[in-house]
Write a protein that binds this ligand. Structure first.
Ligand SMILES: *[C@@H]1O[C@H](CO)[C@@H](O)[C@H](O)[C@H]1NC(C)=O
Ligand SMILES: *[C@@H]1O[C@H](CO)[C@@H](O)[C@H](O)[C@H]1NC(C)=O
Ligand SMILES: *[C@@H]1O[C@H](CO)[C@@H](O)[C@H](O)[C@H]1NC(C)=O
Ligand SMILES: *[C@@H]1O[C@H](CO)[C@@H](O)[C@H](O)[C@H]1NC(C)=O
Ligand SMILES: *[C@@H]1O[C@H](CO)[C@@H](O)[C@H](O)[C@H]1NC(C)=O
Ligand SMILES: *[C@@H]1O[C@H](CO)[C@@H](O)[C@H](O)[C@H]1NC(C)=O
Ligand SMILES: *[C@@H]1O[C@H](CO)[C@@H](O)[C@H](O)[C@H]1NC(C)=O
Ligand SMILES: *[C@@H]1O[C@H](CO)[C@@H](O)[C@H](O)[C@H]1NC(C)=O
Ligand SMILES: *[C@@H]1O[C@H](CO)[C@@H](O)[C@H](O)[C@H]1NC(C)=O
Ligand SMILES: *[C@@H]1O[C@H](CO)[C@@H](O)[C@H](O)[C@H]1NC(C)=O
Ligand SMILES: *[C@@H]1O[C@H](CO)[C@@H](O)[C@H](O)[C@H]1NC(C)=O
Ligand SMILES: *[C@@H]1O[C@H](CO)[C@@H](O)[C@H](O)[C@H]1NC(C)=O
Length: 808
C-alpha cells in the first residue's frame, strides 16, 4: 500500500544497516518481499495491540525479515517463521486474515498472545507449516478439520485454550507428526482411532479435556511413542493390550479417568519407563510387581484405585531393580499386610505415600537406610508399634490414624517441618525434643493420650510454627506464655484438654493467627479483647471454659475485623451487650475477601482450616474437619448475658448462625434481625424475651432452623413456610403464642413440653445434608492427592466413618 516512503532517508539508512548486519551474519543476504511485508503489517493491524505494548514492528524498517519474531528464508526472502509468543495481541483471527497470505510459513508460534475467537479453517492453506503453537490463548470453537491438509506438520501445540468439539480424525493423516498436544481444552468425544496412523508420533498429550470412551487399540501402533498423557478425562474401559508394544514410553499418565480393569500386561517390557501415573481411576487387581523391575523407573503413582493384596518387590540379589525410584505413592487403595522391608531396596526413594490402605504391623526398620527419604505418609492404616528415631530426620512425617503407641527420641537435631501424629495411641508427656526442632512448622498431636504440661521450652521452636494442634489429649496446667515470637502461627488448637489459668497474652504477637480454639478446657479469664487487634483472626472458639466477667464495656468487641466464627458459649460471661458492639466485625459483613482489598491480602495465603471444629447446628453438636470460607457464626449461648439483643447484630449481613440461647436476654426480638438474609439457624430459646415474634423473620428464605422455646413470647407465629416447617418444640414453653395448629398438628394445639422435644428431633439424613452443604469443605490435600473438593463431617454422637464424604 505505502511503498513510497520506503525510499526516504531513514529507510535508506535502515536498509544500509540491515545489509551490514546481514553481511555479517549470513553469507546470502536476503530482503523481505514487498507483498509479505504488507501481509505482516496488515496482520498486525488486525489486532488492537495495546498502546502500552512496545510496538514489535517498526513500519519504517523496510526489511521485515529483521522484525522481531520474523524469520525469512535466506535465499528466497520468503517469511518462513513467525514467532510472537508472549506478545499480547488481544484480538481474534479474521477468517481471511492476511496471515494466510504468508504461504511459505513453516513455523507459526503465537502462544501466550491473548488471542480470542476461533481458529479459522483457512489455517489449512498454510500448507508448508511444520510447527504450529497456538497454546495458552483464549481460542474457542472447534479445531478446524482443515488442519489435516497440513501434511508437513511435525509439531502441533494447541494446549491451554477453550477449544470444544471432537478431536478431528483428519489429524490421523499427519504422518510426519512427532508432537501433538491438545491438553487443557474442553474437547469432547472419543479419541479418534485414526491417531494410530501417526507413525512418527513421539508425544501425545490430551490431558484435561472431557474425552470419553475407550483408548483406541490403534494407539498401540505408535511404536515410537515416548510420552502418553491422557489424565483428567472421562476415559474408561481397559488399557488396550497393544500398549505392550510401546516399549519406548518413558512417561505414562492416565490419572483421573474412569479406567476399570486390571493393569493388563507384564510391564517389565517398558524398559525406558520413568514416570507411571494411573492415580484416581478404578484399576483393580494386585500390586503391579513387574513395574518395579524397570531400571529407569523414577515415579509411580497408583493412588486412589482399587488395587488389593499385599505389596511385594521382586527380590534381586543385586542392589535394586529400580535404583532410580524417587516417588512411590500407593495411597487410597486396599493394600494389605506388612510394609515389606524390601521397600528400602529403592535407595533413592524421597517420597513414600501409603496413606489410606490396610497395612498393618510396624514401620519396617530398613527405612532408616533410605537416606534421601524426606516425605513419608503412612496415615490411615492399621500400623502399630514404636516409631523409630530415624524418621525425625525427614521433613514431612504423617502417621495419623494408626495405632502407634510410642516413639524414640531423636538422637540428633531434626530438620522436620511437618509432623502429624493425629489419632494414634501415643501417651506420656509432650515430646520435649520438639522444642529443638528449629524448622518445625506443622505439629498435630491431636486425639492421643498425651498428658502433663505443655512445656515452656516450646518457645524455642515456636517461631517457625504455622499450626499447633494439640486437640483432645490430657494436657494440663496453664497454656504457657510462649507465643511472643510466633509470628507465623496460623492456627492454635488446644481444645479438649485440661488446661487452666489465663489465656497467654503473648498471643497478641501472632499477627498471622487465623484460628484459636480453646474449647473444653478450664481456662479462667475475662474476654480477650486484646485479640481484637489480630488482623486475620477468622475463628475464635472459647466454648466450655471458665471465662467470666461482663461484656458490657464499649471496647469489648472492638477490632476482630476478620472474624467469621465466634463461639464463646458455655462460659460465665455476664452483663449486657453494648449496643454498637459489632460494628467493627467486617468479616461478618463481607462475603468474599476480593470485595475488600485489605482482606484480600490476608486471604491470599490463608489455607482452609484443617482443624476440626465442633458447632451446635440445629440443636445438635456436629464436628467438622473443614470450615467453608463463607460460613459465619455467632454462638453466645449458655452464659448469663442479659438486656436487649443489640440491633447492631443486623449489620452482620453474612451471618449464617446466631445462637443466643440459654442467657437472660429481655425485651423484644429486634425486627431488624430480618436483615440477616443469609441466616440459616436462629436460636433464641431459653431467655426472657417478650413481645411478638417479628413477622419479617418469615421473609428469611434461608432460615431452616429456629428455636424460640422457653421465653415469654406471645402473639401470632408468622405464617410463612419457614415457620410452618419448624418443629412444634421450637415454640414450646412461651407465654401465649398462637397460630401453631399447622405446626403442632391438629390434635395437639398447645405447644409440647420440653420432654417431647427429644422425640421430635429431625431425621439424621436431613441434618447431615444441611451441615454438609453449608459448612464443611475445601480444596485440600488428602493422602497427598490434590482433590478439588473434599469435606468430612460426622456426628459426634452416633455417626462415624460412613458419613465421611470424599469429593473427587
Ligand atoms: C483487550 O481489549 C479489550 C477491548 O477489546 C480491552 O478492554 C482490554 O483492556 C484489552 N486488554 C489488554 C491486555 O490490552
Ligand atoms: C516513521 O517515519 C515517519 C515519517 O515517514 C515518521 O513520522 C515516524 O516518526 C517514523 N516512525 C518511527 C517509529 O521511526
Ligand atoms: C484458502 O483456500 C481456499 C481453497 O483452497 C480458498 O477458497 C480460500 O480463499 C483460501 N483462504 C485464504 C484466506 O487464502
Ligand atoms: C476480509 O473480509 C472482510 C469482510 O468479511 C473484508 O471487509 C475485508 O476487506 C477482507 N480482508 C481481506 C484482506 O480480504
Ligand atoms: C488411518 O486410520 C484409520 C482408522 O484407524 C484407517 O481406517 C485408515 O486406513 C488409516 N489410514 C492410513 C492412511 O493409514
Ligand atoms: C464408557 O463410557 C461410555 C460413554 O461415556 C459408555 O457408553 C460406556 O458404557 C462406558 N464403558 C464402560 C466399560 O464403562
Ligand atoms: C506388537 O507388534 C508386533 C510387531 O510389530 C505385532 O506382531 C503384535 O501384534 C503387536 N502386539 C500387539 C498386542 O499389538
Ligand atoms: C467416572 O467415575 C466417577 C467416579 O468413580 C463417577 O462419579 C462418574 O460418574 C464416572 N463418569 C462416567 C461418565 O462414568
Ligand atoms: C515380562 O516381560 C519380560 C520382557 O519383556 C520377560 O523377560 C519376562 O519374563 C516377562 N515376565 C513374565 C512374568 O511374563
Ligand atoms: C529375598 O531377600 C531376602 C533378604 O535379602 C532373602 O532372605 C530371601 O531368601 C530372598 N527371597 C528370594 C525368593 O530370593
Ligand atoms: C500421665 O499418664 C500416665 C499414665 O498413662 C501416668 O502414669 C502419669 O502420672 C500421667 N502424668 C501426668 C503428669 O499426669
Ligand atoms: C434493615 O433494613 C432496612 C431496609 O431493608 C433498613 O431500613 C434498616 O435500616 C436496616 N436496619 C439495620 C439495622 O440495618
Amino acid at each position: 500500500m505505502t511503498g513510497s516512503h520506503c525510499y526516504c532517508f531513514s529507510g535508506i539508512i535502515s536498509i544500509f544497516f540491515s545489509l551490514i548486519i546481514h553481511t555479517l551474519s549470513s553469507t546470502t543476504p536476503h530482503f523481505c518481499l514487498h507483498h509479505q511485508r504488507e501481509a505482516l503489517l496488515e496482520f498486525r493491524d488486525e489486532f488492537p495491540i495495546d498502546e502500552l505494548d512496545p510496538n514489535p514492528w517498526n513500519k519504517n524498517t523496510t526489511d521485515c525479515c529483521l522484525w522481531k519474531g520474523v524469520m525469512c528464508d535466506d535465499r528466497s526472502g520468503q517469511v518462513i517463521s513467525l514467532n510472537l509468543a508472549d506478545t499480547s495481541l488481544n484480538g481474534s483471527f479474521k477468517t481471511n486474515s492476511s496471515l494466510f497470505r504468508l504461504q511459505y510459513l513453516r513455523h507459526l508460534k503465537l502462544s501466550y498472545c491473548n488471542i480470542q475467537g476461533e481458529i479459522p479453517s483457512s489455517l489449512g492453506n498454510l500448507s508448508r507449516l511444520t510447527v504450529i503453537d497456538l497454546s495458552h490463548n483464549n481460542l474457542v470453537g472447534e479445531i478446524p478439520a482443515s488442519i489435516g491438509n497440513l501434511k508437513r506438520l511435525r509439531h502441533v501445540e494447541l494446549g491451554a485454550n477453550t477449544l470444544i468439539g471432537a478431536i478431528p480424525s483428519s489429524l490421523g493423516i499427519l504422518n510426519q507428526l512427532r508432537y501433538l498436544s491438545l491438553a487443557a481444552n474442553e474437547l469432547t468425544g472419543e479419541i479418534p482411532s485414526s491417531l494410530g496412523n501417526l507413525s512418527s508420533l513421539l508425544e501425545l498429550r490430551l490431558s484435561i479435556n472431557h474425552l470419553v470412551g475407550q483408548v483406541p487399540a490403534s494407539i498401540g501402533n505408535l511404536n515410537d511413542l515416548q510420552v502418553i498423557s491422557l489424565g483428567q478425562n472421562t476415559l474408561n474401559g481397559t488399557i488396550p493390550t497393544s500398549f505392550a508394544n510401546l516399549t519406548k514410553l518413558y512417561h505414562i499418565s492416565l490419572r483421573s479417568n474412569n479406567f476399570t480393569s486390571t493393569l493388563p500386561f507384564n510391564m517389565s517390557g517398558f524398559h525406558n519407563l520413568e514416570h507411571f501415573d494411573v492415580a484416581a481411576n478404578s484399576f483393580l487387581g494386585s500390586f503391579p510387581k513387574s513395574l518395579f523391575t524397570i531400571p529407569s523407573l523414577q515415579v509411580v503413582y497408583l493412588d486412589d484405585n482399587q488395587f488389593t493384596g499385599p505389596i511385594e518387590f521382586v527380590n534381586t540379589s543385586k542392589s535394586s531393580s529400580s535404583p532410580k525410584l524417587e516417588i512411590l505413592s500407593l495411597s487410597s487403595n486396599i493394600f494389605i499386610g506388612l510394609v515389606p522391608e524390601s521397600i528400602s531396596n529403592f535407595l533413592n526413594l524421597g517420597e513414600i505415600n501409603l496413606c489410606e490402605n490396610n497395612f498393618n504391623g510396624p514401620i519396617p526398620r530398613s527405612i532408616s537406610k533410605l537416606v534421601n527419604l524426606h516425605d513419608l505418609n503412612l496415615a490411615n492404616n492399621n500400623l502399630k508399634g514404636q516409631v523409630s528415631a530415624s524418621l525425625w530426620r525427614l521433613t514431612t512425617v504423617t502417621l495419623s490414624n494408626n495405632f502407634f503407641s510410642s516413639f524414640e527420641n531423636p538422637s540428633e537435631e531434626t530438620v522436620i517441618q511437618a509432623l502429624d501424629l493425629n489419632s494414634n495411641s501415643f501417651q506420656g508427656p509432650f515430646p520435649h525434643w520438639v522444642c529443638n526442632a528449629k524448622g518445625l512448622s506443622f505439629l498435630d498431636l491431636s486425639n492421643n493420650l498425651f498428658n502433663g504440661s505443655i512445656p515452656l521450652c516450646l518457645k524455642n521452636s515456636i517461631v517457625s510454627f504455622s499450626d499447633l494442634i494439640l486437640r483432645n489429649n490430657s494436657f494440663s496446667g496453664p497454656l504457657p506464655d510462649i507465643f511472643a515470637s510466633a509470628t507465623e502461627l496460623r492456627s492454635l488448637d488446644v481444645s479438649r484438654n485440661h488446661l487452666e489459668g489465663n489465656l497467654p497474652k503473648s498471643l497478641m504477637n501472632c499477627k498471622s493467627l487465623q484460628l484459636v480454639n480453646m474449647e473444653s478446657n478450664s481456662i479462667k479469664d475475662v474476654f480477650p479483647t486484646w485479640l481484637g487487634s489480630l488482623p486475620s483472626l477468622h475463628v475464635l472458639i472459647l466454648r466450655s471454659n471458665e471465662f467470666h466477667g461482663t461484656l458490657h464495656h464499649h471496647h469489648v468487641f472492638v477490632g476482630f475485623q476478620s472474624l467469621r466464627i465466634i463461639d464463646i458459649s458455655r462460659n460465665d460471661f455476664t452483663g449486657t451487650l453494648p449496643p454498637h458492639c459489632f460494628s467493627s466485625w467486617r468479616g461478618m459483613t463481607i462475603l468474599r475477601e476480593e470485595d475488600d482489598p485489605y482482606m484480600a491480602d490476608i486471604i491470599n495465603d490463608s489455607v482452609f482450616y484443617r482443624n476440626s471444629m465442633v458447632m451446635v447446628i440445629k440443636g445438635v453438636e456436629l464436628s467438622f474437619e473443614r470450615i467453608q470460607q463463607d460460613f459465619r457464626a455467632i454462638d453466645f449461648s449458655g452464659n448469663r448475658i442479659y438486656g436487649e439483643i443489640p440491633e447492631s447484630l443486623s449489620f452482620l449481613k453474612e451471618l449464617h448462625l446466631l445462637n443466643l440461647s440459654g442467657n437472660a436476654f429481655t425485651s423484644h426480638i429486634p425486627r431488624s434481625l430480618a436483615n440477616l438474609t443469609k441466616l440459616e439457624t436462629l436460636d433464641l430459646s431459653r431467655n426472657k424475651l417478650s413481645g411478638q415474634i417479628p413477622r419479617d423473620l418469615g421473609e428469611l428464605s434461608s432460615l431452616s432452623y429456629m428455636n424460640f422455646s422457653s421465653n415469654l413470647l406471645r402473639g401470632p407465629v408468622p405464617g410463612s413456610t419457614q415457620f410452618q416447617r419448624q418443629n412444634c418444640s421450637s415454640f414450646s414453653d412461651n407465654d401465649r403464642l398462637f397460630g401453631l395448629e399447622e405446626i403442632c398438628g391438629k390434635i395437639q394445639v398447645s405447644p409440647p413440653t420440653s420432654q417431647q422435644h427429644e422425640q421430635l428431633s429431625e431425621p439424621e439424613e436431613q441434618l447431615f445434608n444441611w451441615g454438609a452443604a453449608a459448612i464443611a469443605y475445601g480444596p485440600g490435600v488428602f493422602c497427598g492427592l490434590v482433590i478439588g473438593h473434599i469435606f468430612t463431617s460426622h456426628y459426634h454422637k452416633s455417626w462415624s466413618k460412613k458419613n465421611t464424604i470424599k469429593g473427587r
